[in-house]
Write a protein of this length. Structure first.
Length: 703
């Protein structure tokens, strides 16, 4: 008689705001997962999955899984390895770390490199951080994705721009600002669509006619990197017409008069039109519809902003400026109104308990992960990197200035460890390659940056081969290094309980959001944070700034020597401010992830790669004609940093002067061994030291 399948509740671990609930069906006869679907009982994700995670079992059981520890036998970059034991791998890594610690450069010559290959609290940042803090390795500023926007938000609001995402159904004017919501936040898009059925209007501000823009009521094709100028122009019209919520400004905001004076004097629609590439009439219309949303459309306005609009030189200030708008209009007062960047700060996880920053030796340097090329070539303050430990990331594909990253990884005097599920572009350069578990093979705890539910990922199957989760790898290393058992001999479930409950005095502020939430409860299914239904966190101020108000004028920025008011900071490589550079490389290139991929994740999954097709670059007909380029032709995209080949797609999805290449392809799946990051720069954003992937002037030529 055939046994019934067992079901296990799990969580999607990938870097996406939706953090979907999963249900895995397992055949008890052999312990193999045979089906995976969305959790229909999850209050936010409600049972449907994106194309990528629908194919997750193809990832788990992929024939390319790394299943055993391996040591390099070929040249770096060749990807040739021999199998070794875990004991031998751990002994060799520990020996090299001891050697580095004893050298004149000291332990700071060791650099951990990780990001959001998994968003679980334990696998993202727990015993790994404890280990490297205890060892004294260089710190890593994990800024590559969200830091500019996070810091920009903090300047104005003292926290993230957030609302109850489920309440967005009550909004009536929804702006996707730098957010391809239909693809990258599909469950929130469903809420937007429901709001539209109730009378809402959906607008997308984006230089690229993304799937979201194409399905919106109005696409506003702002020129790359000029979002702050558009927001300031909207403010000009609001103040000029007297459409502001003066009561909200008087009660809960700081610096209103200074902001009014600036925008009225400096950002009339005509000037904003010249900067943004929009018409002055569209700037006026946008401001009118946004500020008078309740009158025109019957409800509040909501800005869903995302990280695309902050990946340029002025990106932090752009986010800082956009999140001022709901205070001008008073939309923070209303259910479903305001702005949403991330709900991550609503979760009071005890990160200090997980990571133990108190173990960091005084004076330890910090390396910005965006500048890995400089770090590997010894161009940053402090010692040259002698050992690199990569996990939860694929820097050979995702880092800017790719050619120099790869030349750094080829150094024979660099000892590189990679803990991975697959032999990625980065793994090809490893000296020691360690097998990592997938989400179905380990336990973890999850918050979200797109909803308000705490979840536990319960392991559904045993680890394949000899794969181990991050936590176990660092337990093994800590034992070999002779580190204190009380720091590392703690189970994953004990770590999760500490993150939820706080132990050893490490208690995060605003703990009441976790009141009544236990680990046993979240293992059984998603549990909503202890916040009200239709939560409006800033309806009566309550901002996290030093003043407790929405700070249009920031004394902290003034003390730091920066402009204390919202302003427009152009991209580093802006054709209007860098005509010299634009004469050589006149096209502004954006490189958002392909819908079939998530940055470089899923590229090796055959089903998804076939859906993605091939490396492409989208061009406006005027730019293509001027270069003698036909639709479908193979072209070269280049600047003085590098070049890559792509298929030209000629159409009206971009405006003249803008090109778009969807990423991020692995080298082995391209015909020239390069992706778009051969052209991107390691220059940083104005706030937060973030990456500037969308601040990139290039030229395109027919091959």
């Amino acid at each position: 008689m055939k046994r019934a399948l067992e079901t296990v509740r799990a969580v999607c671990p990938h870097d996406c705001p939706d953090t979907c609930g999963l249900v895995v069906s397992v055949d008890p006869a052999d312990g193999r997962a045979v089906a995976l679907r969305g959790d229909k009982d999850h209050p936010f994700t409600r049972g449907f999955l994106c194309q990528k995670v629908s194919n997750y079992l193809e990832r788990v059981y992929h024939p390319g899984r790394v299943l055993y520890p391996m040591r390099r036998v070929g040249r770096k970059g060749e990807g040739r390895f021999e199998r070794i034991t875990w004991a031998a791998a751990i002994k060799e890594i520990a020996a090299r770390f001891r050697e580095s610690a004893a050298s004149p450069a000291g332990p700071q010559a060791v650099l951990p490199y990780s990001y959001a290959g998994t968003m679980g609290k334990l696998m993202y940042a727990s015993l790994d951080r404890r280990f490297f803090h205890r060892y004294g390795a260089s710190l890593l500023a994990r800024t590559i994705c969200a830091e500019a926007g996070s810091v920009g938000c903090d300047v104005t609001l003292g926290t993230r721009a957030m609302i109850d995402p489920e309440a967005a159904v009550h909004a009536r004017y929804i702006i996707n600002w730098g957010s391809n919501t239909a693809v990258t936040n599909s469950h929130f898009w469903k809420i937007e669509f429901e709001a539209r059925k109730r009378g809402a209007k959906i607008i997308t501000v984006d230089p690229y006619r993304s799937p979201t823009a194409a399905r919106s009521d109005w696409w506003v094709p702002v020129r790359p990197g000029t979002d702050a100028a558009l927001a300031l122009g909207v403010m000009h019209v609001i103040f000029r017409e007297g459409w502001q919520d003066q009561d909200y400004l008087d009660r809960y905001c700081l610096g209103t008069d200074q902001l009014r004076d600036r925008v009225l004097a400096e950002f009339p629609p005509e000037r904003v039109a010249r900067i943004t590439g929009l018409s002055a009439e569209d700037v006026e219309r946008f401001a009118r519809e946004y500020a008078r949303s309740s009158e025109l459309f019957g409800g509040p306005a909501l800005i869903r902003l995302n990280y695309g609009l902050q990946r340029h030189g002025g990106g932090g200030t752009a986010v800082r400026t956009v999140v001022c708008l709901p205070a001008l209009t008073g939309d923070w007062r209303h259910v479903g109104g305001g702005a949403l960047l991330s709900t991550s700060k609503a979760y009071p996880f005890d990160n200090a308990f997980l990571e133990r920053p108190d173990l960091i030796p005084p004076g330890t340097r910090t390396v910005n992960m965006v500048q890995l090329a400089e770090a590997l070539h010894g161009e940053l303050p402090g010692p040259k990197v002698a050992a690199l430990f990569v996990y939860n990331s694929n820097p050979a594909s995702v880092c800017p200035d790719q050619s120099r990253v790869l030349s750094g990884l080829k150094r024979e005097d660099l000892f590189t460890v990679v803990h991975e599920q697959f032999q990625t572009d980065t793994a090809d350069y490893a000296d020691i390659l360690l097998p990592a578990t997938t989400q179905l093979e380990h336990f973890d705890l999850h918050g979200s940056y797109g909803h308000l539910y705490v979840q536990a990922n319960n392991p559904a199957i045993a680890p394949l081969g000899e794969a181990k989760p991050n936590t176990e790898v660092f337990r093994l290393l800590a034992r070999e290094m002779g580190y204190e058992p009380e720091l590392f001999e703690v189970t994953d479930e004990e770590l999760a309980k500490g993150a939820l409950n706080g132990t050893n005095g490490y208690v995060y502020p605003q703990r009441e959001a976790f009141d009544g939430i236990s680990l046993d409860a979240v293992k059984a299914g998603p549990v909503r944070l202890n916040v009200p239904t239709n939560w409006t966190p800033f309806a009566e101020g309550g901002f996290g700034t030093p003043s407790g108000k929405c700070e249009f004028y920031s004394e902290r920025e003034a003390r730091a020597g920066r402009d204390p008011l919202p302003h427009y900071a152009p991209p580093h490589e802006d054709p209007q401010t860098r005509p010299d550079l634009a004469a050589k490389y006149p096209l502004q290139m954006l490189t958002p992830p392909a819908p079939s991929f998530l940055n470089s994740s899923f590229v090796n999954v055959d089903t998804l790669r076939k859906t993605a097709g091939e490396v492409t670059v989208e061009m406006h007909p005027a730019d293509a004609t001027a270069r003698g380029i036909a639709d479908g032709q193979t072209v070269t995209v280049f600047n003085d940093r590098g070049r890559f080949r792509a298929k030209a797609l000629v159409g009206d999805a971009v405006k003249p002067g803008v090109v778009v290449s969807l990423g991020l392809w692995w080298a082995r799946y391209t015909d020239d061994g390069a992706n778009c990051n051969t052209t991107t720069s390691t220059a940083l954003t104005d706030l937060g030291g973030g990456a500037t992937f969308f601040d990139n002037l290039v030229e395109v030529t027919a091959n």
